[in-house]
Ligand binder design. Structure first.
Ligand code: C2E
Ligand code: CA
Ligand code: CA
Length: 604
């Protein structure tokens, strides 16, 4: 990987093939003298830019890339020492050799203290001494680069690390404060990276991070407003802060809109599959944006607020961005509270299940129930799964929580069967992390424990899980299928989906996402899409459930399109087990066939 911003050849003791040298010398005779000595050096080739003027020289080393700077001590009214100081101010790390007319110990000390690599007296200059000095200076620079690289760069992605990024941000802030400029910090966190990393293995995970870093860089480079920097030779506007967290600094912005444009481009670019080894991987990113001066005046505040905005983007549903607002700091706190609270919730028995009926559209009977978990928080009341499942997925808590759901849903199902509802099927949502932890064994044990027939259980897996299929995971699903447990694909139509992966799994049911159903009664194009999905599903011998049915019109259209089952507030909202038992008892005693709307049945 040869990123431009890497210090030159940190591992190589070789000199560059052709050294680009800036020689700043106001005396023409002295220039010819030095040049003739340089020309005598046969084993190194050079290109020399000679500049006699102090200001032009300053401009030139800021805008051009040199391997070596040679400054004369006297430059008209100025001195070469001042030029060294200007190079330092610009964080230039090109080695500098200092020349003087005659030996002067004080000038020697001053030049070395200012940062010159060596000090040479013109009258004593020979090709041999100059050659040795150049070689020594450049190899010393390479050694320093190596040390600098290890201290300031991330070895994996070759991006600046947190320390260098912080430095750059501090400098950018000083600049922005002085010239009243706007800058933005973008905090990026890959969505579900931990899960992807677990499934790929760590070395592929590392490869993925490198590929992501490369792609992010290409997005940032496309933007003119972000390419400029303090060190003209290094584009250090982007850093890896650790794990799957990246940060981008955009300076000299006209306003927040420019930062949003970059964020949108990043999100769009990352959505395209990356090829890692033999596999195509989709990895999305959540981006938080903090603007100086609106969202903070100092580095720490800006980074903290960009981070809070990133969490807000995750909560919005991931694969999106959010611009920092004051309310977000409390959201971050809430997230932390949830993370900590989740760890205790299982021990304290704070989870409970609600059930929502799934209706058979051919006869109006209840076909089964979907189990939906809730968290009865001691202070915050009933928390919906959308507020804690994503956090549990990131932290890994989803595995014990998901197992708890499986166990308790099966226990309730057994109770319903004892009440005579042997027809009732149970639908349970499953997360990726649960699957990789030998879900097949866990399910087999549960069924055995409760002595339940496997045909009454359906596991729902999300569309996003389908992008992470690998042979061992596919094997787990086949084992589950062989137990007799059905597999449904959930939220179908809500995101990226490869139709080929539909064929890799032993699926029997497709659940069409609410986002497609909610407008079928008003948007004919959506009706056509849903019709096509149902046709495709039936051709593949899958049954179809329409999710989120709220109106009679939607129900009628689904019936016309030969959708098999439906679920939604029109029939019943998810409710606690007591309410579900009432529905079941009602269903048991019902002889008549007809569409059923259960909302009237309330639980006292
Ligand atoms: P989901 O699997 O798509 O579940 C359906 C969600 O849609 C439920 O939200 C349900 O209350 C809601 N819903 C059902 N009918 C309608 C309707 O007509 N209109 C509208 N607006 N919404 C409707 P809920 O209970 O908040 O669950 C949200 C998501 O949380 C679920 O989406 C599922 O992905 C996840 N989830 C719930 N329980 C579990 C669980 O035990 N394990 C895992 N891994 N995820 C779960
Ligand atoms: Ca579901
Ligand atoms: Ca769903």
């Amino acid at each position: 990987m040869d990123y431009q911003f890497m210090p030159t050849q940190p591992n190589s003791p070789l000199l560059p093939k052709n050294l680009h040298i800036l020689l700043v010398e106001d005396d023409e005779d002295d220039y010819f003298l030095t040049k003739s000595i340089l020309d005598e050096i046969s084993n190194i080739s050079f290109t020399i830019d000679w500049i006699p003027d102090f200001n032009q020289a300053h401009e030139s080393f800021l805008t051009n890339k040199y391997d070596l700077l040679i400054f004369d001590y006297r430059l008209g009214a100025n001195s070469g020492i001042e030029l060294i100081k200007l190079a330092n101010q610009a964080s230039l790390r090109t080695p500098i050799i200092f020349l003087t007319g005659q030996g002067n110990h004080d000038v020697d000390i001053e030049a070395m203290q200012a940062g010159a690599a060596d000090y040479l007296i013109k009258s004593e200059l020979t090709a041999t001494s100059l050659e040795r000095t150049i070689r020594y200076t450049i190899s010393q620079k390479q050694a320093q680069d190596q040390i600098f690289f290890m201290a300031y760069y991330d070895v994996l992605t070759k991006l600046p690390n947190r320390r260098l990024f912080n430095d750059r941000l501090d400098q950018a802030l000083l600049h922005a404060q002085r010239y009243h400029r706007v800058l933005a910090v973008l905090f990026l966190d890959l969505d579900d990276f931990k899960t992807t990393n677990d499934s790929l293995g760590h070395s592929m995970g590392d490869e993925l991070l490198c590929a992501v870093a490369k792609r992010l860089l290409s997005c940032v480079r496309q933007s003119d407003s972000v390419s400029r920097h303090f060190d003209p030779h290094e584009s250090t506007t982007m850093g890896r802060l650790g794990g799957d967290e990246f940060c981008i600094l955009l300076d000299e912005l006209r306003g927040v809109d420019e930062a949003i444009t970059v964020a949108e481009r990043i999100i769009a670019m990352l959505e395209k599959p990356l090829t890692i080894g033999e596999r195509e991987i989709i990895t999305t990113v959540s981006v938080g944006i903090a603007i100086y001066p609106d969202s903070g005046n100092d580095r720490e505040t800006l980074l903290k607020n960009a981070d809070a905005a990133m969490y807000a983007a995750k909560v919005k549903g991931k694969n999106t961005f959010a611009v920092f607002e004051q309310s977000m700091t409390s959201n971050t706190l809430l997230r932390l509270t949830i993370d900590v609270g989740l760890r205790k919730a299982l021990d304290r028995d704070e989870f409970l299940l609600h059930y929502q009926p799934i209706i058979n559209l051919s006869n109006g009977a209840i076909y089964g129930f979907e189990a939906l978990v809730r968290w009865q928080h001691p202070q915050r009341g009933l928390i919906p799964p959308g507020s804690f499942i994503p956090i549990a997925e990131e932290s890994g808590m989803i595995v014990p929580i998901g197992n708890w759901v499986l166990e308790h849903a099966c226990k309730d199902l057994l109770d319903w069967h004892h009440r005579g509802a042997t027809w009732a099927k149970m639908f349970i949502n499953i997360s990726y992390r649960q699957c990789v932890r030998r879900l097949d064994d866990f399910v087999a044990n549960i069924l055995k424990h409760f002595d339940l027939g496997s045909d009454c259980l359906t596991l729902e897996i999300t569309e996003s899980l389908m992008t992470r299929l690998d042979p061992s995971l596919i094997n787990i699903f086949h084992n589950i299928h062989n137990l007799g447990v059905a597999l449904a694909i959930d939220d179908f139509g809500s995101g990226y989906f490869s139709y080929r992966s539909l064929l890799k799994l032993p699926l029997s049911i497709i659940k069409i996402d609410r986002s497609l159903i909610c407008d079928i009664d008003t948007n004919q194009n959506l009706t056509a899409i849903v019709q096509a999905v149902i046709l495709m599903a039936h051709t593949l011998k899958f049954a179809v459930i329409g999710e989120g049915v709220e109106t009679i019109e939607q129900l009628k259209i689904l019936q016309q399109l030969k959708c098999d089952y439906a679920q939604g507030f029109l029939f019943a909202k998810p409710g606690p087990n007591e309410q579900t038992i009432k529905l079941i008892e009602h269903e048991n005693t019902k002889n008549a066939i007809g569409p059923l709307i259960f909302n009237q049945i309330k639980c006292e």
